[in-house]
Design a protein around this ligand. Sequence first.
Ligand code: T3D
Length: 273
Amino acid sequence: MTASTGQTAGTPTRPLVRYEVGEAVATITLDRPEAMNALTDRLRGELHAALRQAAEDRSVRAVVLTGTGRAFCAGQDLRELSGAVEQGQGIGDLVREHYNPLVLTITGMPKPVVAAVNGVAAGAGAALAFACDFRVAADTARFVMAFTGIGLAPDSGASWTLQRLVGPARAREMLLLGDPVDAARALEIGLVTRVVPADELPAAARELALRLAQGPTLAYAATKRLLDHAAASTLEAALDREAELQEGLVRTADHAAARKAFLNKERPRFEGR
Ligand code: T3D
């Protein structure tokens, strides 16, 4: 088990992101419930550090991203944003330097990421959940594409991810109208994988993450890369890329073990290598 320290320049502060590892699953918890886990500069920094730690730690084979309290994440902290805008800070650079790397670290994570959406997910907070491989939601969760509500357009990849998850018409409706989409509707439109009673969410998300953590990690990483590549390529290019990655995977210990297990009519034991 490890946890972030939240220490900055000798001033002890409570961490805003908790990082815990157990049974090859890293659980990253946004822990600023008093402001619905809204993203401040510090929280984004701690989140990025936790995501990078999970990406780099080869003993971690699946990741859960969740929040404390009644929100998953309410997006950009609007109090901090007001201060920044009033001081003349450019938002384009903030998005490029702070939000985009977060999204790319999640989508580029070489292991599966499960969002355990424990409550409201708004704006960039919802976009973080969309960047994950799975979304398991509490029945109390809701998604609010809050961008236009504050006179902004989607960022953090929501214009890209949402329409791939629910189709262009529904994405357009959600992004233009900004009406909350509750958990039941989210399940209906394919935005989430599963909805469970709120008190069962941690166990349900962990169960999925544990299953993934016992799987062929390198094959999962390759599958994610192939899907992302195929989303912006021709069939010919996708076929080429499949052949290229398959070439590497066929040499892995996990593939050798699975081949042997199949021939012996046994269940394979994957070690993620
Ligand atoms: O580069 C950039 O910085 C731009 C990037 C933008 C990316 C974005 O994420 S834009 C979208 C930003 N987020 C929002 O606009 C969402 C704002 N919040 C809401 O719409 C609602 O609060 C929620 C739908 C999330 C939840 O509604 P509800 O009724 O359940 O709760 P509430 O009463 O509105 O909020 C509870 C508390 O959380 C409240 O604080 P208080 O009054 O009890 O002290 C509220 O101010 C605080 N809170 C909620 N969202 C934010 C927030 N505080 C700061 N920033 C927030 N985003």
